[in-house]
Design a protein. Structure first.
Lengths: 637, 249, 228
């Protein structure tokens, strides 16, 4: 099937309006006859569910947490971008579009990015009206901070818990719709398969994580807002239960998976301290506004950070990138840190960290100001490490964070399966090869609240005569049987190797060869290792307990089974792309001083992969056109 | 380090539960509490035994999914920490730890240490929102909010909904949780229109869910991971009494 | 949509009722104390030319009690007070029953370091006070006002406090009262919603002072009478 992105006609700035002018809308009286399933209760899924319910559709929302308020959007710290130009610093929608496309290293879809920037303005209004206590100036007006990769201040924030506040606003809107009765929520339910009837997404098979029952649910359309799959690295900034299973099962039912190898490695997470570590806590990028990153100039300098004089410190970001300094985009910052650590300048007992130092900022602004801006982050840092960051620098390290890749979607956010939509991090569209800080909350929110409700109606307008979808069909039977078979197969392994240990080993392979720096030999090795590990998993995984009732080992195993397949596709995708762009850095393609070399001639496309029943994947290219922006070499020097 | 764990094991809400003893050795003080439970579960799984079910997700203290009462203290001994932020350096080598689920009549046990906290969702459903639909909002800067009021609203809005306040309350009252949302929205200009109805609806829902009355012991605020101010409960009572005047007119 | 439940059927409504009745009773304690203090005024403080007919604490105390019993507005207030006390007790029982129902299975290990013992045990303190009030009222109120067995209340009081066990009962009752007040006064203000930050700070301080002052003064009188 050829890819059709369905980009509306007209000049860039009018495309979204043109789309809205011409799209089909469902009559309010007909909406209650239409069922929509939303998977995921976070900013994208929850926002979509609440907005669709407000419009009058029958919405069912599924999530594995015990409440939608726990979705991982909650963990985003620093802020959300919007082109409000409250600072009078020359910001506007075009500049935001420009920054995002450039930040993504010219590998995103122009029209989508522009629309995201356009909707950002409304988003701040929406969230403020929902009661989000954004940071304010003493005049009472909204305050902004700067984020990496841009030269203006356009990031709105609620201390260091912006994601939490946006999510809670969305959650509250969701709860209101539950009360009104247009929305039913299924907490502690995990989607295990998508049901496709006559080529259209018509329902899902879910497992009730409390009773263990496998259930069927049907709808006229299915929306996936299930987030990213960065947990594939095991050690990541993601929540323990975040997973790629919903998108992967959809992929296996025919949805193309685009650019899976583009994983953002976040530069400012806490370093790994020991073998049993399960999580690398993120320290917001906003810290780089006031913190300075450095390592000792001398290798293996064992002095305490406070004892190292200025002349023995290497502020490597300020040295290499004088224009953007500590605020270079994430991929650049992470690679620079890796370069220093590989060269033996890492700090900490495992030599796996760099310093993030607030001394200069505290001297200039006072401890109180720093406390007000980042108080909760400093507290969090102390809780985890037992170190007071007001007194000595933080130790930070790169960690797997965001999946730029995801299900391929067109301009309407529809996947290659008609009736299956993907929103937020679960899709691939807006960030190109690298996501700018504070654009994640933005994309998730605008996808859910502003874009999907308008685009899904175009699809649903053809469904008003369909009637209730029966779950008593061969397609549902078959999908349910497949799910039950897999559960049985997993429980029958009865091996001795704990699931988490296999996951940890997968993470190590991936972080070594399919993360910040990649090469052909390494990835070929990785694919072999992944295959071996997959075999070991199916032969010797230790999954105890049974399928009746809660069984966290079974849940983890199901997710890992999918990760073991996604991992291979990631490597395949990274192998295919013989250039360096954004987060994808191929060692074979770099300048003499270690900067990325892009190949616009041959690789200016999004790679959408089609599942070929496990034999391999078929590549479909979506060629990218840049008409409104000059394609340049990305430089932050 | 070595630890002896006495963990609450219970098959489901109706079954009878009991404390079961486990010994763990070779632990590191840098480990988080939940990573220690991971170690235990890995051992149990490789022996083919059913693992200890416990709730957890983000492991950075913000999602509110982790629970547990450790030696009688909700979220462990540190105060204002979540369980996932509690590290083994807070305990002594060789110590015995008693690990129980969050307990309240409105928190039925799902299995072992997992409890069902949807009763808290029900309180929010009753009125913990501003009824502004997508698309309705006016320009954000059209309503200025004093810096201090926004900050104070944030202090209340910071609640992560973990339920430690309820678990630790001798009356199993959800007053702090509920009042955090009421105070957050009552402080902001956007929340004014529904202010009176909100508090009444939420308090009614709170009682219907079977939570107890607040007797102002203040224990809740001492364990709250986000340090939601105890004063919010007082604020809620004020809002409730104020609503007598403003509703029914 | 029906908005309000019965005012005193919700968890906050019931607490409001506790607060009102508690605060009203606390106010009465001040009046009661003033009367009690007469008991310990030495007779040397009664020069005839200054006090007129009242020549001793004995006279003054009896005159005061006579006034209380026979001045009708005071009687009216007394009935309100009895009602307040009864409502306070019944409400407390209802709240406690409901709170016990709200609790699930008990913790095997508890740690109470997060709150004060007296704030957790208002019910027990209240029960001690209730028993104390019962004894107190059978000893004096019943004899003097209801049965009218005794017309010289001063003599009755002084005689009663010569018994050591009476002294012990009273001291226990009064200490319980002191702790009950320290938490009760603050809690009442919280229940009623006195929320500005500084106001709550002042209330907390007042509650502490009130509890201590009441307890100390009430406690000291029986001791003085015992040794007098």
């Amino acid at each position: 099937m050829a890819l059709n992105a369905k980009i509306p006609k007209g000049p860039l700035k009018d495309k979204w309006q043109n789309y809205l002018n011409n799209t089909n809308i469902v009559n309010p009286a007909n909406r209650k006859k239409i069922d929509v399933i939303v998977v995921g209760g976070g900013l994208s899924g929850g926002g979509a569910a609440a907005s669709l319910a407000e419009l009058g559709y029958n919405v069912k929302v599924f999530f594995f947490q015990d409440s939608a308020r726990r979705s991982h959007s909650v963990a985003a710290q620093g802020g959300v971008n919007a082109a409000k130009n409250y600072k009078n610093d020359g910001d506007n929608i075009y500049r935001m579009f420009y920054d995002t496309v450039k930040g993504g290293d010219y590998r995103s879809r122009e029209a989508n990015v522009y629309r995201m920037a356009e909707c950002s303005v409304d988003l701040i209004d929406h969230m403020t009206a929902q009661g989000v206590p954004f940071g304010r100036e003493y005049s009472g007006y909204l305050s902004n901070r700067s984020f990496g990769g841009v030269l203006v201040s356009r990031t709105f924030y609620a201390r260091g818990q912006t994601g939490q506040q946006l999510l809670l606003a969305t959650y509250q809107a969701l709860m209101k719709q539950v009360k009104v009765g247009t929305l039913t929520q299924y907490s502690r339910h995990e989607i295990l398969d998508l049901v496709v009837v006559d080529g259209k997404a018509r329902g899902v098979i879910v497992r009730d994580l409390v009773t263990g029952k496998i259930e069927r649910h049907s709808a006229h359309a299915v929306v996936l807002g299930t987030g990213g799959f960065g947990k594939i690295f095991y050690l990541s900034t993601l929540a323990m239960n975040s997973n790629g299973s919903a998108t992967w099962r959809a992929h296996k039912k025919g949805a193309y998976f685009a650019n899976p190898s583009w994983t953002q490695i976040h530069p400012t997470a806490l370093p790994q301290a020991g073998e049993h570590q399960s999580k690398l806590t993120l320290m917001s990028e906003s810290l780089r506004n006031d913190g300075r990153i450095w390592v000792p100039k001398n290798k293996d300098d064992d002095r305490k950070p406070g004892d190292i004089p200025a002349e023995d410190r290497d502020y490597y970001l300020e040295r290499r990138y004088p224009a953007f300094g500590n605020l270079v985009p994430r991929d650049v910052a992470s690679r620079a840190a890796k370069e220093r650590m590989d060269a033996g300048h890492g700090v900490g007992s495992l030599k796996n960290a760099v310093y993030l130092d607030f001394k200069t900022a505290i001297e200039r602004l006072g401890e109180d100001t720093i406390k007000e801006r980042y108080g909760n982050l400093f507290t969090m840092y102390q809780k985890i490490t037992n170190i007071n960051a007001y007194k000595e620098p933080m130790k930070i390290s790169p960690a797997a964070h965001f999946s730029m890749g995801g299900l391929w979607v067109d301009y309407e956010l529809q996947t290659t399966i008609p009736g299956l939509f993907a929103v937020g991090e679960a899709n691939f569209a807006d960030h190109g090869a690298n996501r700018l800080g504070a654009n994640s909350l933005l994309q998730a929110s605008v996808d859910g609240n502003f874009i999907l409700p308008n685009t899904i109606s175009n699809y649903l307008s053809n469904e008003i005569r369909t009637g209730k979808i029966s779950t008593d069909t061969p397609e549902f039977d078959e999908a349910e049987k497949a799910v039950k078979d897999q559960v049985e197969k997993l429980l029958a392994i009865k091996g001795t190797m704990p699931v988490d240990q296999i996951h940890r080993r997968l993470g190590k392979i991936m972080f070594k060869e399919v993360a910040m720096s990649r090469n052909e030999k390494g990835m070929l090795w990785a694919i072999e290792e992944i295959k071996k590990l997959r075999k070991e998993f199916w032969g010797n995984a230790a999954i105890s307990g049974d399928e009746h009732g809660p069984n966290s080992e079974l849940e983890k195993a199901g997710r890992l089974a999918d990760y073991l397949e996604i991992a291979e596709l990631m490597a395949v995708d990274a192998l295919n792309r013989k250039e360096s762009c954004g987060a994808h850095f191929r060692e074979e393609y770099q300048t003499e001083d270690g900067e990325a070399v892009r190949d616009d001639e041959n690789y200016m496309y999004s790679a959408a992969w089609e599942w070929m029943q496990g034999k391999n994947w078929k590549l479909h290219k979506e060629e990218l056109e840049f008409k409104d922006i000059e394609v340049k070499t990305r430089s932050y020097k | 380090m070595k630890l002896t764990l006495k963990i609450w094991r219970q098959d489901n809400a109706k079954a009878k539960g009991k404390l079961v003893k486990y010994e763990l050795s070779d632990l590191s003080t840098d480990m988080s509490f939940l990573e220690m439970l991971d170690v235990l579960n890995e051992q149990l799984a490789s022996k083919g035994e059913r693992v200890v079910e416990f709730d957890h997700d983000c492991r950075e203290g913000i999602c509110g999914q982790c629970s547990l009462v450790i030696n009688g203290q909700a979220h462990g001994p540190e105060g204002h920490y979540t369980t996932c932020q509690t590290h083994l350096r807070s305990f002594k080598d060789g110590q015995t730890l008693n690990i129980e689920p969050f307990r309240a009549n409105s928190f039925p046990v799902i299995r072992d240490l997992k409890v069902d906290r949807t009763s808290m969702d029900h309180i929010i459903q009753a009125g913990g929102y501003i009824s502004s639909f997508t698309g309705m909002a006016p320009e954000a800067n059209s309503i200025p909010i004093h810096h201090n009021i926004a900050e104070s609203a944030f202090d209340s809005a910071a609640c992560i909904g973990c339920g430690a306040c309820i678990a630790t309350c001798k009356n199993s009252s959800a007053a702090l949780f509920m009042s955090a949302k009421i105070a957050h929205l009552a402080k902001l200009p956007q929340g004014q229109i529904e202010r009176a109805e909100r508090v009444v609806w939420m308090v009614n829902a709170h009682d219907d869910e079977g939570f107890g009355s607040c007797t102002n012991t203040g224990a809740c605020a001492m364990v709250c991971p986000q340090e939601v101010p105890l004063l919010d409960i007082t604020r809620m009572n004020y809002e409730y009494n104020r609503s007598l005047k403003t509703i029914d007119s | 949509m029906a908005i309000k439940k019965g005012l005193f059927k919700t968890s906050i409504g019931r607490k409001n009722l506790m607060a009102f009745t508690g605060l009203f009773t606390s106010f009465f304690l001040i009046i009661h104390l003033i009367g009690n203090l007469i008991l310990i005024i030495p007779d040397s403080y009664f020069p005839i030319e200054f006090w007129g007919n009242v020549a001793s604490a004995h006279d003054m105390y009896n005159a005061y009690s006579h006034f209380l019993v026979h001045f009708w507005p005071i009687s009216l207030v007394a009935w309100v007070l009895y009602a307040a006390l009864i409502v306070h007790v019944i409400d407390a029982i209802l709240i406690t029953l409901n709170n016990n129902k709200a609790k699930g299975e008990k913790y095997k290990v508890t740690d109470n370091s997060t709150s004060t013992w007296y704030s957790r045990n208002m019910g027990i303190l209240g029960t001690i006070i209730g028993i104390f009030i019962f004894i107190h009222m059978t000893q004096f109120w019943l004899q003097y006002k209801v049965l009218e067995n005794e017309h010289d209340l001063y003599n009755l009081v002084v005689a009663t406090f010569k018994e050591w066990w009476v002294l012990v009962i009273y001291e226990i009752g009064i200490i319980a009262l002191g702790f009950h007040l320290v938490h009760g006064i603050e809690s009442a203000h919280r229940s009623l919603g006195v929320y500005p930050k500084n106001a709550m700070g002042i209330v907390k301080y007042i509650a502490l002072c009130f509890g201590i002052i009441m307890a100390v003064l009430y406690a000291i009188i029986p001791i003085i009478l015992y040794f007098k």
